[in-house]
Design a protein around this ligand. Structure first.
Ligand code: LLP
Length: 420
């Protein structure tokens, strides 16, 4: 459930007309609903509470806007970060350092130092060499890094190949078959305080079976590690829960997920950690756009909107579907192609889509754009960086400015040796 609804024939976010925001801030613009973010955070927590002692670390990569992090921190979410930049954001957004988990397959030594100095709660180690390096960095600073080992369970998450992370050919984690031996060696290092296992098998998962299959393997590993004499207190089950992008998507919402987790982990005796991103943020945001013009096409008209692949990359990258709706729908529909102004065919949001009839100047939204939307935006085609707005009840504010593409020119220069 979200808070983007029609009232009096026009789309609102909570109690604010989207048209008011669009007219004031300009388009394209991302709009987030605080009530939806909070609802999703609460629903997720309630779902996994069935599994006992849990720690929810919001995956900042899904939407790293400071105001979003602040709202979620207020709901008791920690943060899962994958770069120093995300860590800085999490801290600035009000997440206590001990609630921060540092994931990611390529942590640099510099990032390790920054995270140790900030006093973050846990590192998720992705390889033996990374663990050795983290140990050395920590020991040199007289510290021990609290850490878990990320395993790769080799299960097929049955999602888009580019967001699948738990198959043996993927770059993430250590093969589960090697995990026991690697864990033993890492646990003996002076700069590490190993306390458990992590995994994350992929994103936009619409079925629980692959997760359950992976969790069962982790349960066996935990038992084997304990038999080796290790004290295992934490298991990080990652994120990955899918959301409804289009009719027919049937996500396994947190209660069903929580029940499965509770069943599979019943005898683990650990603190369970989670890293949800999309399930919290996706449907809490829309991208508001204005139709530039409608161009006739051979098979269907092209609705050219002022948002493009540089603002919302998911359709171009993953052939992702985002529902498109007019802000002032008339009830009339037509079949059209929805495209942006960027000069490549990949800048296509939808082909042959049955949509609200729109004309030049009309406002429309792409739904479910709160996760992996603004954060993946770029200046491509020297277009502005898209601004972001947060709504709370009848209040709203710009929470990320539009950065004019022209401003990037000021950061560039033609050196003297090229002149003359
Ligand atoms: N934890 C780790 C270690 C991850 O790699 C990810 C996502 C998450 C948690 C959060 O997963 P979620 O709950 O959001 O599924 N840009 C892509 C999605 C990439 C996901 C990468 N990792 C997209 O737009 O679909």
């Amino acid at each position: 459930m979200d808070h983007f609804e029609l009232k009096n024939g026009e789309l609102y976010c909570e109690d604010v007309r989207l048209a008011e925001i669009a007219e004031s801030v300009g388009t394209p613009v991302y709009v987030y609903s605080r009530a939806t973010l909070e609802r999703h955070a609460d629903t997720f927590r309630a779902g996994v509470a069935a599994a006992g002692d849990v720690h929810v670390a919001y995956a900042v990569k899904a939407n790293p806007n400071l105001a979003v992090i602040h709202v979620l921190a207020g709901r008791g979410c920690g943060a899962d970060v994958v770069s120093e930049g995300e860590m800085v954001r999490a801290l600035a957004g009000g997440v206590p350092p001990e609630e921060i988990v540092f994931s990611g397959v390529g942590k640099s030594a510099r990032e390790m130092v920054a995270a140790l100095d900030a006093g973050i709660g846990q590192f998720n180690i992705e390889s033996e060499v990374e663990g050795e390096e983290l140990s050395a960095v920590a020991a040199a600073r007289g510290k021990r890094a609290v850490a878990v080992l990320r395993i790769n369970p080799d299960v097929d998450a049955r999602t888009h190949a580019k967001i699948s992370t738990g198959k043996s050919e993927n770059k993430f984690g250590v093969p589960i078959s090697d995990a026991q031996a690697i864990y033993g060696r890492l646990a003996a290092l002076p700069g590490l305080a190993m306390r458990g296992i992590a995994l994350h098998i992929g994103s936009q998962l619409l079925t629980l079976d692959p997760l359950e299959e992976a969790f069962v393997k982790v349960g066996e590993l935990v038992a084997a590690l304990r038999a080796d004499g290790h004290v295992i207190t934490h298991v990080d089950l990652g994120g990955g829960l899918g959301v409804r992008y289009k009719e027919g998507d049937d996500p396994r919402w947190p209660d069903e997920y929580g029940a499965m987790v509770a069943r599979v982990t019943a005898d683990w005796g650990v603190t369970l950690m989670f890293e949800p991103g999309r399930v919290i943020a996706a449907n809490a945001g829309v991208l508001v756009t204005r139709v530039i013009r409608v161009k006739p096409g051979v098979e269907a008209p092209f609705v050219i909107v002022d948002a493009a692949m540089n603002d919302l990359a998911r359709p171009a990258l993953y052939d992702a579907w985002h529902d498109f709706e007019a802000v002032h729908p008339t009830g009339k529909r037509f079949v059209a192609n929805i495209v942006g102004p960027v000069c490549e065919t990949g800048d296509t949001f939808a082909m042959h889509r049955d949509i609200d009839v729109v004309a030049a100047g009309d406002l429309a939204i792409f739904r479910s754009a709160g996760a992996y939307g603004a954060t993946m935006a770029s200046f491509y085609n020297s277009r502005d960086m898209v601004p972001e707005v947060m709504v709370s009840g009848s209040e709203w504010a710009v929470v990320a400015d539009r950065i004019p593409a022209a401003a990037t020119v000021a950061a560039e220069r033609v050196p003297d040796f090229l002149k003359g």
